[in-house]
Design a protein around this ligand. Structure first.
Ligand code: PLP
Ligand code: COI
Length: 376
């Protein structure tokens, strides 16, 4: 394994891991510590940050990407005028590694995240990271933190969070010329406290996450900043998340918090087609699984009026996989829409969820070749 020592550059006055000896001893420590010595209660992990051993970094400067660097620091040295701090040049990804039934570590569909990371960078004028470099960084950060990949059967996984920031000092509003990509990992449990249990969501025409021709279809930090007030409103009213309507006409279902939406009707999986939603890799996978299991798939606009006809409804995304929805309250009209039982997910959602989890856990054949198995 080639490990590069973090270097300083003209933007950073701080130098991390400057001494090779220090890094070697860190890496030696990694090999002697085992999963059992982590003292982590894997079964009760929540979706939150926990320090692990290393993160990996790569800088684009002078027109080229540098080497992959390994750091044990949880901090980023930044110039106070860095463009990410002022003009929001930031994008991120989220993917997971699982320990399978056979003990092997599987990363779920990293190529799709690499592609979306490129689209996000291009969407806000940043230098896109080549797919192969992204994949190399993902593999490296998982390998270096292997002892944090939760054991099979705990329901937990290792969440991988790549992000890219513009680091050029700028005051004028224009794209940076220098970028940094960092990938951190953290072991996580379920995103929603209730896990795979039906939740309640609300909708309101008072909030938009993104603009009609804006940045909704890419994964940039600004979209999430724009959703925080609505999300807090939903939480304070006792709902899991705010369901967003299309920002142009407010007639169609768009996204469910930071997740896609799907519904089941007449053995059909129906999910919104909209240019203001993030193309979810989980949704893409569930659609394929639906077809594999003989469920029809439709991607099309979903009018609010269609809600009462659905038998099942769910949010979907990497963090939760599926989060079944029992109730949608329309805060503006006072109307409520309910789907199935408040206590358990519907049969089709359950079948799709179980199949996707089984692929991630190496319990069934990965017929589409979605998992990258690490050679560690
Ligand atoms: N929609 C938004 C806005 C998200 O942030 C996410 C999470 O990444 C998703 C949907 C689900 O996408 P994926 O399944 O690729 O995680
Ligand atoms: C998801 O992975 O499904 C998410 O919604 C990511 C979120 C934590 C930003």
């Amino acid at each position: 394994m080639v490990i590069n020592v973090l270097k300083t550059d003209y933007l950073t006055n701080l130098i991390y891991n400057k001494t090779p000896g220090r890094l070697s001893s860190l890496l030696a420590a990694k090999t002697t510590l085992t999963m059992a010595e982590n003292n982590i209660d894997w079964g009760s992990l929540s979706f939150s940050y926990m320090k692990t051993d290393f993160n990996v970094r790569c800088t684009f400067t002078n027109g080229k990407w540098g080497p992959i660097e390994v750091s044990d620091s949880e901090y980023v040295p930044l110039h106070i005028a860095a463009s990410c701090l002022h003009y929001g040049q930031e994008s991120f990804e989220g993917l997971k590694a699982f320990r399978g039934k056979d003990g092997k570590v599987r990363i779920f569909r990293p190529i799709e995240n690499a592609k979306r990371f490129i689209r996000s960078a291009e969407g806000i004028g940043m230098e896109p990271m080549p797919e192969e470099l992204f994949l190399e960084m993902v593999r490296k950060v998982v390998e270096l933190n292997e002892r944090f990949v939760p054991p099979y059967g705990t329901g937990a996984s290792l969440y991988i969070r790549p992000f890219q920031i513009g680091i050029t000092p700028l005051v004028g509003v224009k794209p940076a010329t220098d970028y940094m990509v960092i990938m951190l990992v953290t072991p996580v449990g379920p995103y929603f406290k209730s896990g795979f249990k039906p939740c309640k969501v609300c909708m309101s025409r008072d909030h938009d996450r993104v603009a009609p021709k804006g940045t909704g279809s890419i994964k940039v930090g600004g979209n999430y900043a724009a959703s925080l007030v609505a999300g807090e409103r939903a939480h304070n009213l006792g709902y899991s998340v705010m369901l967003y309507l299309d920002p142009k006409e407010k007639k169609y279902i768009d996204e469910c918090g930071a997740a896609n939406f799907f519904a089941i009707k007449d053995n059909t999986y129906i999910t919104p087609a909209s240019e203001s939603i993030l193309p979810s890799i989980t949704n893409m996978s569930l659609r394929q699984i639906a077809e594999d299991l003989g469920v029809k798939v439709e991607a099309r606009p979903i009018a609010i009026e269609e809600l009462p006809t659905f038998e099942e409804a769910s949010a979907c995304g990497t963090a939760a996989v599926c989060s079944p929805i029992h109730l949608i309250d329309d805060l503006d009209t006072g109307k409520s829409y309910t789907f199935g039982s408040p206590d358990e997910a519907g049969p089709v959602t359950t079948k799709l969820y179980n199949q996707l989890r089984a692929i991630q856990n190496g319990e069934v054949e990965d017929i589409h070749g979605w998992c990258e198995i690490l050679d560690i």
